[in-house]
Design a protein around this ligand. Sequence first.
Ligand code: ATP
Length: 440
Amino acid sequence: MEELDILVNALELSPENKILRNHIAKIQFDTGLYEEALENYKILYSTDGKDVQALEYMLKSLLNLEVYDEIQELVERELNQRIDWAFGFFVLAKCLYFKEEYEEAMKNYEKSVDIDSELEDIEFHKNLLQFTSSQKVKLKVLEFSEKEVCNEEFVKTQISFKDVGGMEEVKENIQANIIFPFRNPEIFKVYGKSAGGGILLYGPPGCGKTFISLATAGECNAHFVTISITDVLDMYIGESEKNLHTIFETARMKAPAVIFIDEIDALGGSRQSMRSSTSRTLTNQLLMELDSTQNNNKNLLVIGATNTPWSIDSALRRPGRFDRILFIPPPDIDARVEILKLHMKDKPCKEIDYLFIAKSLSKYSGADIKGVCDVACQSCIKKAMAAGKIVPITTEDLLDAIKVIKPSTIEWLSTAKNYATYSNQSGLYDDVLNYFKINI
Ligand code: ATP
């Protein structure tokens, strides 16, 4: 508990530090200090634009404190504004169960699972069934659990575009072509168009391909799953294709969903360049899934990412597959300032000259910049331990950290320059050429 006391002292010095408060609240919750956790979650909830996660932990703390009337009042009030709030119905069900109002509890439990099947709680459901006359088991839940469901984790993310520094053009493009159709399907339907499809992101490592994809899912309130070749490859012939198909099928069931295929060059690499027939059939399976994405499922977005667009099978770029191709370059100066600010947010800082630091970060990727911030933080933690008090991070600390972390995009940029200069017949690398015009 000594660690918790130190953190609580630090929070008293910077009470507006939301990350720290959240961290403390979670420790308090996990160690059974529900009253203390509740206080912190109440503050987070009221100061953080009604943060749903804080609200849900508030309710979990109240459940542990067994104050059911308070919970019921709070949830019913919130449900007036959040009509499809699955967790609200779930907590209400628990609350009503403890108040021995079993029929109502069952109704609320069923509603919660209807909206979000991940809330299914078999033990709780069994208990409810003992006390209710309705022995009907929800068909939908059974259907879902009996179907073959893949092991990959489908998540809902809170990350949105405001967490991604820079990339204004990419964000605009995704807004117009992806998010707008997802949010306004009826307008698109009038013109015979639907949401979803495929986009391909390419660029040097660490520049935010995964991050912007996650944020896109967050903006669309869609499920997100990442797959890589290791997830689908199986030693038995035919199993890899089945694995890939299962992931796509599960995503269709959970639509709206975003499937992110990392290193798609490994999965959908040029078929001529593949010696093994397994890889070739896997590529064919991917092409089939992309085609059926077009035809069968209107709310499935597939985002492929690669650092080596030159080794991608051209069949993948055909209309209806990955027909939108976006270059994710290293961040420009404004983006670097934003990324620095994002990664220093909620940390104790002292008058940092972000522009000055960003000027020294040419060709650094977003991940490199995060690394610089982490190194500066580490060195200040050491200083704080020695001084026995919080030591703020300064411009000098960040400049020292830059000496430790080197830019990781240089090698990629020189390879890409060759392809863009000598193999750009289809205009695929126009954006890369433009980048070099501005940046050299
Ligand atoms: P790779 O090609 O190696 O898979 P990537 O392009 O997918 O890399 P990400 O995994 O998205 O890169 O980025 C790594 C980390 O760098 C992110 O989790 C994030 O913390 C940070 N980062 C990258 N770009 C940005 C950005 N524009 N704004 C804020 N953070 C960023």
